[in-house]
Design a binder for this molecule. Structure first.
Ligand SMILES: NC(=O)c1ccc[n+]([C@@H]2O[C@H](COP(=O)([O-])OP(=O)(O)OC[C@H]3O[C@@H](n4cnc5c(N)ncnc54)[C@H](O)[C@@H]3O)[C@@H](O)[C@H]2O)c1
Length: 331
């Protein structure tokens, strides 16, 4: 019998690339994607006909979706601006979705992989999975998101403890790649779209914030490695510690790559987006655990990742330097 795979949030940025990876690896599998297209939509026409797509709120579907050998749960409110719009409702949504996917995993005795977030670390620094969790004394949408992602991990770990399904958790650090959306707040597409259109490239604050970006192809490869080779009930950082960059440096690099004359300006995000906005922590992954357990390693450096993204913008924009991202459909 063909392997059955469920991907929630499979029409989002990471989910779309994960689906393409699964289609390449699992030629005979039956793959069901559930996505309500609540984030900015990307052009997923190349997936149509190759897997089953249900455009629906996952939470509102009945639990008896069938039995799945593998489940990848990615559906979630996402993005610094995407979560701002849902402030006060983020936690309920993340936890309800986690409880539901847990019930479906239990029903099919599935191998469930939950895509959590490095936001759960709640502080600056290089992070190991074994570190104590900290709850910073900050208030805002980002805290609600981080704490809900952490609580969802515990909810699923507790449900899986009875042995009714297998669970692995991945904490992605900052991702980058083709089709990432600027409209929900991700910095790399925002910088590319501004640079290519000759608009001001807006750096938040002094620009000294540190990020380490992992290309989405490396990230989804890490996710499938954890699903296949990770230990049960374990949490794995997946990211690229080699790609550390400050936001100021990133702005200059993107402008240079694009051959753009756009101005780099410093802005206060709180004045733009209100008091619920909190800047992300400076986070770098410690990836020793995922390397030791699965052999996965990231391979794409920052320059290589940014060049792929620029090539993508060129491909979807026609001529270099014209409209920012015509392939993206507004949500
Ligand atoms: N992008 C990153 O840098 C990053 C970092 C850490 C963690 N993550 C996690 O990775 C996952 C995917 O993130 P992404 O960057 O691809 O974001 P995304 O917004 O592009 O993808 C999420 C998808 O989930 C869908 N969705 C949301 N709520 C849903 C619901 N109730 N029912 C059905 N579909 C629903 C959205 O329509 C969207 O297509 C999320 O769980 C996110 O928390 C992302």
């Amino acid at each position: 019998m063909a392997k059955r795979i469920l991907v929630t949030g499979g029409l989002g940025f990471i989910g779309y690339h994960l689906c393409k990876c699964l289609l390449a690896l699992e030629a005979d599998a039956e793959i069901l994607v559930v996505d309500n297209l609540s984030s900015t939509k990307l052009d997923y026409s190349d997936l149509i006909g190759r897997l089953e797509i249900v455009v629906h709120d996952f939470q509102a579907l009945p639990d008896d979706l069938g039995e799945f050998d593998e489940i990848y749960h990615l559906a979630s409110p996402v993005g610094s601006l995407g979560i701002l719009e849902k402030s006060g409702k983020i936690a309920t949504e993340i936890l309800d979705l986690a409880a539901k996917v847990g019930r479906i995993a239990k029903q099919g005795r599935s191998r469930l992989l939950y895509v959590s977030s490095s936001e759960v670390y709640g502080r600056d620094g290089q992070h190991r999975e074994s570190a104590e969790q900290m709850v910073p004394c900050k208030r805002g949408a980002r805290m609600e998101y981080a704490l809900a992602k952490l609580t969802a991990e515990h909810l699923l770990l507790n449900l899986a403890a009875d042995g009714d399904f297998e669970l692995k958790i991945v904490r992605p650090f900052n991702a980058m790649g083709e089709w990432q959306s600027s409209t929900i707040g991700f910095v790399i597409p925002k910088f590319f779209e501004a640079a290519l259109a000759g608009r001001d490239i807006q750096v938040f604050g002094d620009g000294r914030q540190i990020r380490s970006f992992c290309h989405v192809d490396d990230l989804v490869n890490g996710i499938v490695h954890v699903q296949a080779l990770g230990r049960n009930n374990q949490i794995y950082n997946v990211g690229q510690p080699g790609n550390i960059v400050s936001i100021e440096q990133l702005a200059h690099t993107v402008r240079h790559l694009c051959g753009s004359k756009a101005n780099i300006v410093h802005v206060d995000p709180v004045s733009l987006y209100g008091k619920h906005y909190i800047e992300a922590f400076d986070k770098v992954p410690d990836i020793r655990k995922v390397i030791d357990d699965t052999g996965w390693r990231p391979t794409i450096d920052l320059a290589g990742g940014l060049t792929r993204i620029l090539d993508h913008y060129r491909a979807i924009s026609g001529e270099f330097g014209t409209a920012a991202a015509p392939g993206l459909i507004d949500a």
